[in-house]
Design a protein around this ligand. Structure first.
Ligand code: SF4
Length: 175
């Protein structure tokens, strides 16, 4: 059960918080925007990863696409198939932060940064205390919502409801 919850948390991170937090709020939190490092194919140093990490303390599980071993520690890499936005989306930042937290919890060493690889760009995103705190706040909010009797819809996008696995039981579905 805990394992399933952890999986759900990682999946929910992508969309949930990006919808709930405005760009202005993001600027207030001082989250890193990421540095554009280079535009290239995957580096040979990147090792494909097929092993999920699990952090029992946070009931969090997730599997970074790649891992890079460096002198500063293990760096997680998340690969996105689309083109890079001007600034990485908040949901992508939080997903990467979740992988950084998982590396921190399982190796005992927090990575200095993570990598977000888009089809045409690579961002190096610092794993800052602000980003870590934002992630923990998000996980806490998700858990609260999961326990709540009712949670209001957080978007106006029929496409999301169309692809939602629980739309048959949702009285706020936009179908
Ligand atoms: S169907 Fe309901 S739960 Fe699913 S995305 Fe739409 S509003 Fe959210």
């Amino acid at each position: 059960m805990a394992f399933l919850f952890g999986i759900a948390v990682i999946l929910l991170l992508l969309g949930w918080f990006a919808l709930r937090r405005a760009a202005a709020t993001r600027q207030e939190t001082g989250l890193p925007e990421g540095r554009l490092v280079y535009i290239d194919k995957h580096s040979r140093d990147w090792q494909p990863n097929d092993k999920p990490f699990f952090a029992p303390a946070y009931q969090l599980v997730g599997k970074p696409d790649y891992l890079v071993e460096t002198a500063a520690g293990i760096i997680p890499v998340e690969v996105k198939s689309g083109s890079a936005p001007d600034v990485p989306y908040l949901g992508h930042l939080l997903q990467l932060a979740a992988y950084c937290l998982l590396v921190e919890e399982t190796t005992g060493q927090p990575p200095p940064h993570g990598l977000l690889k888009y089809a045409d760009a690579l961002y190096e995103v610092d794993y800052t205390p602000e980003l870590r705190t934002e992630l923990l706040d998000t996980l806490a909010a998700i858990r609260r919502d999961r326990e709540a009797d009712d949670v209001p819809r957080s978007h106006d996008q029929p496409g999301k409801c169309h692809g939602c696995g629980v739309n048959y039981a949702c009285d706020e579905a936009l179908l």
